[in-house]
Design a protein around this ligand. Sequence first.
Ligand SMILES: *Cc1c(COP(=O)(O)O)cnc(C)c1O
Length: 400
Amino acid sequence: MKDIANLALAGHEPLFDSILPVGQLYSPSKERFHSVFHDLFDRRYYTNHGKLAQELERRLEERLDVRNAVVVTNATLGLSLSCKALGLPPQGKVIVPAFTFAATVQALTWAGLEPVFCDISNKSHNLDPQKVAALLEQHDVCAILGVHLWGNPCDIEQLQTLADSKGIPLFFDAAHAIACRYHGKPIGNFGACEVFSFHATKIMNATEGGCITTNDDELAERLRNLRSSYGRRKNVKTPIDGYGRFSEAQAAFGLLSLEDLSRRCDENCQKMALYHKKLSCIPGIHCISPAPEENMNYQYVVLEIDEKEFGLSRDALQKLLEAENVIARRYFVPGMHHCPPYETLFPEFATALPVTDALCTKVLQLPSGAPVSMDAVSRICECIAFVQANSADIKRTYFA
Ligand SMILES: *Cc1c(COP(=O)(O)O)cnc(C)c1O
């Protein structure tokens, strides 16, 4: 790009012919899917904890080195089922970050619980243990729900100490964190239980789906009972039935996705490294790096844009990129404490989360999944560098 008139926002052709989304969208080939799926037509056993769902659970237990993997319809339901299996009381209060996907908090609401929104650490974007400790003193809390955002593990050790000090369960939304580790141990082994998402936009794709993992066999049995009458090992009492079945079609897709998981992590890693190499020298751009000593899945390329240094706002950059067919996203804006129904139900949190609110003005994710080649990454970075170098002109011409 040589001239700001060549920007798609100015009416020029976009940089890319088709859109580049943030979602991972990795899928197995049609042929491989068929090879796993075809005998379903003969077996005519489509759901109710069939052969493929059982095999997927076994492989997940192996891969994550955890005693129990319970696959369910999706992660949101998995979180709600976890609340029920943990026996959290009606209207109980649960500490949760507001800087997360809506489903984390909505799963609590569906389970009849109330969120107590907690601020996060500026550095990790995860629950800040000091702020958790303060909230534990102010509220009668029955559980802590952490989110391993962008696949970066929470400060699990400190959170567990806090939960233990109150005798309440800690559990995790691990929707971003499959194939990630904490102190060398796979995510999936921490807290009372952890919940993964296999939504098509996540690195492990079962089209839809989720999985709850736990090393607590009794909790696992309650989860299996909540899920469906199929797949139970023994009947145990649960407060309500959950219907979180996982179909054989989901399992077929999921098995192949799990087979490919390490390769996808490597591909993502290469793209992230290239992004970081090319973007970190641009004024006003700060790349969020994964925890260095941990294995990661690198599925989210996350930036913070400093408007003053960059010369344009995060929102202006997003608009410019969108015109080029680069669909960058502002996850998770606004924070859940500013979203319905919570903003009216719990107005006391409106000004209580300064780090979350500041981050919400800066954060941006770039495309990195299957539709994005290494060459595309280079071109996206060059476009951003061009925008920054010409930010004053662009601001005057298009954003005055
Ligand atoms: C995707 C996601 C979920 C929801 O997962 P589903 O499988 O779509 O229900 C929950 N929490 C976070 C942080 C997510 O990104």
